[in-house]
Design a protein around this ligand. Sequence first.
Ligand code: ASP
Length: 581
Amino acid sequence: MYRTHNCGELRTSDINQTVTLTGWVQKSRDKGFVTWVDLRDRYGITQLIFDADRTNKNLMESAKKLGREFVIQVNGTVIERASKNSNIPTGDIEILVSDLTILNSSKLPPFTIEDETDGGEELRMKYRYLDIRRNSVKNNLIFRHKVTQEVRAYLSLKDFIEVETPYLIKSTPEGARDFVVPSRMNEGQFYALPQSPQTFKQLLMVGGMDKYFQIVKCFRDEDLRADRQPEFTQIDCEMAFVEQEDILETFEGLTKHLLKVINGVEINSFPRLTYDEAMKIYGNDKPDIRFDMKFGELNAVTQHKEFKVFNNSELVVGIAVPGGNNYSRKDIDNLIDWVKRPQIGASGMVYVRCNEDGSYKSSVDKFFDQDDFAKWAKLTSAKEGDLICILSGKKNEVRAQLSALRMELAERLNLRDPKEFAPLWITDFPLLEWDSEAKCYHAMHHPFTAPKSNQIALLDTNPASVKANAYDLVLNGNEIGGGSIRIHDKNTQALMLKHLGFSEDEAKEQFGFLMNAFEYGAPPHGGIAFGLDRLVAILGGQETIRDFIAFPKNNSGRDVMIDAPAPIDKEQLDELGLKTK
Ligand code: ASP
């Protein structure tokens, strides 16, 4: 037996017991006549003591030679510590060692295995197995395990069945490029890795599984934006015989359950906004509602004077920054520069100071009067002491710009408390979105999403106005889940594909299997998928998903530890029938 106890469990009640422990040498302190070693494993740290009075000479010598991260086994007796350490649970005891076996030596690690390490990101990724020994990474992985356990338990209790679906499939369009895998046995043909198990979970509903979930890897070959991974994990779910309301209720339940058991937070309010409302109030379809700063649309009260900038704008919109009247002229100039950065792209910003005495002072005093400002203040809910920031221009652009400013201000004002959780649903997404480059419509969610039933006819006359039975779950300004009620009859699916620009043959070739299945008694169904990596990060009070993935890829999609992707040799290429340039 390698060990009788782990390094986190011995207490004063174990004093005088003979024990065997194994672990890594965290650090050792050699004081000549006594050597202390901190022995570490996943469970904690236990102090070992070797002292000249009680330990034989050979053993003393071996103890002195132990290097950091050596793997050792010790036998010894649990004794009371002379100077106790109340910072760790084992801090009242130590082990007086009688035997020491070096199970494996270690090279000096390239960075310190401490909470505050001296290793940079790239180095820690290269030696991720050492990084995982650090508390922060280790605890994040344990936290992720707890969340997935809870998800499995909750959904199983609600009669969901976990079913595995294949990874080697045919392309399912979810808006990204596929990763493809050449088939050796079918030369010139390729599998695609699933962007999600979408069509399979729908086929499981046709198969009568009724309620399905899977914690599943998905693969999307996207240009990597910050904090995206080419492979990521979804909690993928589907239910038969449901309407949108059933799904929202079920997954509101899951979200509340997780927040309660994982974070100890009771959620009493679970608001819903339509997509149109969210865009109008927050300029964004994933609003962070932990703080206000709601948009006030000001066209009606700003376009009656000679101020051309506003008069020529499709949208004039403002937000009230709480306490912003404190900002100095320099602070405000800095904000103006911030919105004018190319990443944000505003052409300028108008501001109004709301003074404590109820008067206003603005950058457009030449054009507008106190009555005008009072109306603006009302529409943006600005109070005395606030600052109103106003942007104007094309509707979609201005909304995006002001939404970015809102988030930036919230960050600066510390309004984004990671311990506070504010989930909400966004519903009634548009079915289609116009791709101005490709000059065609794309499905906003995916091609299997059902339009609102009374709006199908609009597909011919005003496709952009058609709304879908599609919804997103948003938590603290992040989209953590999205789904829809699906089309479940062949004709509607064929019509949808036609509107997305598929010819009849293309539709049949790509989605024939699904449309055939719809001819054999497909039940009405719908579902949702949560992004597990992001959900775990947010519940863990952080926003970087990499920190919750055991072996993540870097921003260029590389695994720097195993050095992938990598070329393959010619023989392998030949066998696969692939040629290089
Ligand atoms: N398959 C969808 C996605 O990955 C989720 C869903 O519609 O259930 O976003």
